[in-house]
Design a protein around this ligand. Structure first.
Ligand code: SAH
Ligand code: SF4
Ligand code: F3S
Length: 437
């Protein structure tokens, strides 16, 4: 029996799919590469933007043909999109061939739903309105043998006015320190070379359980013996504290890399977004990071076209991008999410949003090119090789400590190794290098 999982969305969702794979493995299923070959097909959806939803919906639609020919195959749909509002009902009506629909809060029950469908022939649609605590006893089948995700906190309490996440992932629930520590230790002992700690806002770790703070957790984890890297995401600027900078600086195993989404450079917009910091507060943090960790790779998320964003607000965003000189950025066009406050406000016209995103991306591309020349080209970096290039045969890739991807000519034996690579060529976002002796 074989399964195929299609995942949309963020690392949190990728990791949830690893849990679904873990449950399927326990039931005796093996992974395969296409829906055509699979007995169980799972679509794990995202609804952060309309485009993410459309992609998932068109994927679900494309399964109809397969189900028509092979009605015995089981199609399951889950994730943030099914959790939101009355989407589960709508999906069930629009695609009656879906066998199982569940949400983000009851993912640990997937095994029961699958057995119900398989043994009793029952269609299952089950969404839980509320989250339980931090669910801990789900098996995980990691996607690769080099780098692994570990959840430290689930959910989000921030309610940024544009964002659907708090509605589909529930309130903050921190996992107990012991559970995180033993999971990370087991991974390191199992020869994983990188652990990525996950949370919508890792900096609020511990607040709900009155336990240790995030910087203390990171410090304790980094004392586990071995050669490996620790990364974490995502940090929220409003909760970023100086202790964290110290822990990153003083612990070799904690990567000098921070994803610190700012969203906008305009104080007016930041206030309307409910982000609870100003551009000046943010720049102060950046200044401190660069002061203590000069080679730190800082990345961010940006949004253009938030309701009410004027040309002046947008210019403030451009100014901030110029000041920080990010190691890389994710840039999005604001997308109206039903049920969030900003969806009800006066919207920025689509053409304006388009112009702004093009301008912002081109500015960051220019900066990336300059940074590539100044900081990377001709220099040697230690990378952790974690896979092959998507398209080019013989090309392998790995990340520098500060998070940049370098491609190089290598072979299968390099996967999982720390290698010194000299950067010899750079394209806008990609770097190419050669292995050094
Ligand atoms: N928890 C993280 C990120 C969550 S979602 C944080 O607080 O930063 C990842 C990114 O998607 C966000 O940083 C934001 O830039 C973007 N995003 C969230 N909601 C969006 C929306 N409605 N439209 C466009 N982009 C959105
Ligand atoms: Fe969404 Fe804001 Fe929470 Fe991030 S912090 S998940 S952007 S509500
Ligand atoms: Fe992630 Fe998308 Fe859900 S970004 S938390 S999978 S809405």
């Amino acid at each position: 029996m074989r399964y195929h999982i299609i995942t949309f969305g963020c690392q949190m969702n990728v990791h949830d799919s690893e849990k679904i794979a873990g449950m399927l493995t326990e039931l005796g299923y093996e992974k395969c590469d296409s829906a055509e070959q699979a007995d169980v097909i799972v679509i794990n959806t995202c609804c952060i933007r309309e485009t993410a939803e459309s992609k998932a919906i068109s994927k679900i639609g494309s399964l109809k043909q397969i189900k028509d020919k092979h009605p015995e195959k089981i199609v399951a749909v889950c994730g943030c999109m099914t959790q939101a509002g009355d989407n589960s009902q709508k999906l069930s009506e629009r695609f009656p061939f879906i066998d199982i629909i569940f949400g983000t809060h009851n993912i640990h029950h997937f095994k029961d739903y699958l057995l119900e469908r398989r043994e009793l022939g029952k269609k299952v649609v089950e969404i839980w309105e509320r989250e339980e605590g931090a669910i801990d006893d789900v098996p995980v089948l990691t996607g690769n043998s080099v780098s692994a995700f570990v959840n430290i906190i689930y959910g989000c309490n921030n309610f940024c006015t544009y964002c659907i996440v708090p509605y589909v992932r529930g309130r903050e629930r921190s996992r107990p320190f012991e559970a995180i520590y033993s999971e990370v230790k087991k991974l390191i002992e199992g020869d994983y070379k990188e652990v990525v700690l996950l949370g919508q806002n890792v900096n609020s770790y511990g607040n709900d359980i009155g336990g240790m703070k995030f910087y203390q957790l990171l410090d304790k984890l980094s004392k586990i013996e071995g050669k490996y890297r620790l990364r974490f995401m995502t940090s929220h600027p409003k909760d970023f504290d100086d202790n964290l900078i110290r822990v990153i600086r003083d612990n070799e195993r904690v990567c000098n890399s921070i994803h610190l989404p700012v969203q906008s450079g305009s104080d007016r917009i930041l206030k309307a977004m409910n982000r609870n910091y100003t551009a000046a507060d943010y720049l102060k943090i950046i200044e401190k990071i660069y002061k203590h960790i000069p080679d730190c790779g800082i990345t961010s998320d940006f949004m253009v076209g938030f309701p009410g964003e004027t040309d002046e607000d947008f210019k403030a965003t451009l100014d901030l991008v110029k000041k920080v000189r990010y190691n890389g950025c994710y840039m999005f066009v604001y997308s109206r999410r039903k049920g969030t406050p900003a969806a009800e406000w006066e919207q920025v016209p689509d053409e304006v949003k388009k112009q702004r995103i093009v301008e912002l991306i081109s500015l960051q591309n220019q900066i990336t090119k300059e940074i590539n020349r100044e900081k990377y080209l001709g220099n040697t970096f230690e990378i952790l090789v974690d896979g092959k290039h998507d398209k080019r045969e013989g090309l392998y890739c790995g990340k520098t400590e500060c998070g940049r991807l370098i491609n190089f000519e290598g072979d299968e034996s390099h996967i999982g190794q720390f290698l010194n690579v000299k950067v010899t060529k750079s394209a806008t976002s990609a770097l190419f290098g050669e292995i050094c002796a």
